[in-house]
Structure formats: structure tokens, C-alpha cells
Write a protein that binds this ligand. Structure first.
Ligand code: 2RA
Length: 339
């Protein structure tokens, strides 16, 4: 039982990781096709031991392709998503374009796998925003335990979330400052080197940024619309790995020992939490890892049933490519069985 897979946006940060993870997890692929824009035609990308030459999306016929993993930006998803789905190829889209579409399931496999059943409406499944995905993995077991009523989250998001140009900007700005020849920001509104920027994506009328809105709206769709969520999303001078400070208030009484047990047993989570120097995870340690890490769990004594958590994950993996491949695995195991 094997599947023909297309990776759309194969030369981007996430596309390359999708190929790496398909190979690393030995996804049952009969063939993997790397698709990109015409300007990237022929560019080589690695898929395990193989090197694939990218083909042009515009010229590709999706007939006979079982799954398309897409991470080519919202405009490409808007132009191609439903067209590809109509060929019978199931789209797993990493852009934000379809996430809040009522006919498209928004999936974190450890959290709401049953929602996958809705994929047949458009043959499209949406991958959540990177900062949402890691928070869902942490919140789901706790919500099942004591019913979460309110979440206050502050994020510290790496520049890889903005793409290669942002990573190059952090590097070049840092280098320029060291030689006392600062350069003007281009990717971000302000300098990112040795700085933090409290803006990710555009501002909305509410004063929230779209990234903050995504965390609120996507939590409601994936986990529970009754959970009250407020977010502040910040860009930090880190290349890889998103960190989040999460304050959680529960409806029901909680026990810290039980919470540790629940987090340690939860799928996709790794608890590293010692109340000593260095007894916690930082972004540099999560890079390349599939797990979402939890540290610094402690009571929030300002409310009756509250805790604080530190949550770190590789934003290109659980925040994007890994979650997409895990969706593909669930899809094949549950619905796309082949004789
Ligand atoms: C970011 N979550 O971190 C957004 C998109 N990946 O830039």
C-alpha cells in the first residue's frame, strides 16, 4: 500500500522539511514529486537518499497523485487548492487560506483526529499556524483533565517562521552591527538583530495582529470555542524554534502532580522541568526534534485553578511540516486505504 505524493513549495523552508520528514518517517510513498514555481524549475531538493529536481507546478497534472502537501503561500493555495482537490488528490495545506473554511478540517492529529472525516467536502485539510499547533498539543490533555476556561499566551517566535529572507536578514544585520555598519531592515518593520518586535503579520481593527487572531480563532476550531484565549505574538532574534509562555485557568480543581503525570503521558509532548539552573528547554535544543517541550510548570497563585507553562517546539516541524505529514499518515490509515 503506497501513495503518490506531491510537495508543492518544495524549495521553501517548510517544503524541504516535508521532504525530509516523509523520508525520515518512511511514509509509504510510491513516488514523491517536488513542485515549485517556474523560477525554481530544476532546482534540486533532497528526499532521503534521493535528489529530486523540482518540476513546475503550472505544468503538473495531479491526476493519479494521492496527496499534495502544500506550503507555497496563501496565494498559491487560493489559486490551486480547490483545483487540485477536484482532481481527487487530497490537499494538506500549510497556508492560512483554508484554515477557517467551515468545509475544511483544521487538524492537529494528537488533538482532533476525528475531525479529519470532513476532508471529503473539498478534498482539502488545513494545517494550523505554527504557534497554534504546539499550543494545541500542550492544551488538549489539560483541557480533557480539568476543562480550560481561559488562556493567556505570549509567544517568542523565531525568524524561520517568516522564511529564508528573514533568516538572512537576522544574520546580515547581526554581522553588520558587529562591524559597526548597521543596515536598514527590509523584511521586518524594525531591526530584528539584538531586538524583539511585537508584531507578527498585519494589524487588525481590534489592535491584535493577525497572528494573534489566528491563535484565538484556530484554538476555537481545533480544541473548543468556549475557551477564552488572548495572545501577544512577538518576533525574536532566534533562527529556529518558537517559544510560548502559556497561562492557563481551569474550570475544575487541579493537582500539580496529576498535571505532571498527564503532560508526561500526553502524545507529542516531552516534559523537561527541573527547578534548577538550566532545568528547562530552550529553542536551540528543540531544533530538529519532533517533540513539543514543556518546562517551568507551576501554579498561578493569583487564581483558584491556574498554572503557567513554558512551551517550545521546532516551528518548521510540529509547527508545519511534521504536523502535515502526520495528517497524511492519519488520512491514509483512516480513509485512503489501498487494496
Ligand atoms: C510566523 N506563524 O511565525 C508565522 C508563519 N509561519 O511567521
Amino acid at each position: 500500500m503506497s501513495y503518490k505524493i506531491a510537495v508543492v513549495g518544495a524549495t521553501g523552508n517548510v517544503g524541504r522539511e516535508m521532504l525530509n520528514i516523509l523520508a525520515e518517517r518512511q511514509f509509504p510513498a510510491s513516488e514523491v514529486v517536488a513542485l515549485a514555481s517556474r523560477r525554481s524549475l530544476g532546482q534540486e531538493v533532497t528526499y532521503g537518499e534521493k535528489t529530486l529536481k523540482t518540476k513546475c507546478l503550472d505544468d503538473y497534472d495531479f491526476t493519479g497523485t494521492d496527496i499534495a502537501l502544500m506550503s507555497a503561500g496563501g496565494s498559491i493555495s487560493k489559486a490551486w487548492g480547490e483545483k487540485i482537490g477536484a482532481t481527487g488528490c487530497v490537499v494538506i495545506d500549510n497556508s492560512s487560506h483554508f484554515r477557517m473554511d467551515p468545509d475544511v478540517p483544521l487538524i492537529v492529529p494528537e488533538v482532533n483526529p476525528d475531525a479529519l472525516a470532513g476532508y471529503t467536502k473539498k478534498n482539502i485539510i488545513a494545517n494550523p499556524n505554527c504557534s497554534t499547533a504546539q499550543m494545541m498539543v500542550a492544551l488538549k490533555p489539560l483541557h480533557d483533565y480539568a476543562t480550560i476556561k481561559r488562556v493567556v499566551v505570549s509567544t517568542y517566535q523565531s525568524v524561520s517562521g517568516s522564511g529564508k529572507a528573514a533568516m538572512e536578514e537576522l544574520w546580515s544585520q547581526t554581522r553588520a552591527i558587529f562591524v559597526n555598519d548597521p543596515i536598514e531592515p527590509t523584511v521586518y518593520p524594525k531591526q530584528i538583530a539584538f531586538n524583539v518586535i511585537p508584531q507578527i503579520d498585519v494589524f487588525m481593527d481590534s489592535g491584535d495582529t493577525k497572528e494573534e487572531w489566528k491563535m484565538v480563532a484556530e484554538t476555537g476550531k481545533i480544541l473548543d470555542p468556549d475557551i477564552r484565549v488572548t495572545a501577544t505574538c512577538v518576533r525574536v532574534p532566534v533562527f529556529l524554534g518558537h517559544s510560548e509562555s502559556i497561562n492557563i485557568e481551569f474550570e475544575k480543581p487541579i493537582d500539580e502532580t496529576r498535571i505532571y503525570e498527564i503532560l508526561r503521558e500526553a502524545p507529542g509532548l516531552m516534559v523537561v522541568d527541573k527547578r534548577e539552573d538550566g532545568g528547562y528547554v530552550t529553542p536551540v535544543e528543540c531544533a530538529g526534534e519532533f517533540a513539543t517541550y514543556i518546562s517551568r510548570m507551576r501554579r498561578d497563585v493569583t487564581v483558584e485553578n491556574g498554572i503557567n507553562l513554558w512551551c517550545v517546539s521546532d516551528n518548521l516541524l510540529k509547527g508545519a511540516a511534521l504536523n502535515a505529514v502526520q495528517i497524511a499518515e492519519s488520512l491514509c490509515n483512516r480513509y485512503l486505504k489501498k487494496g
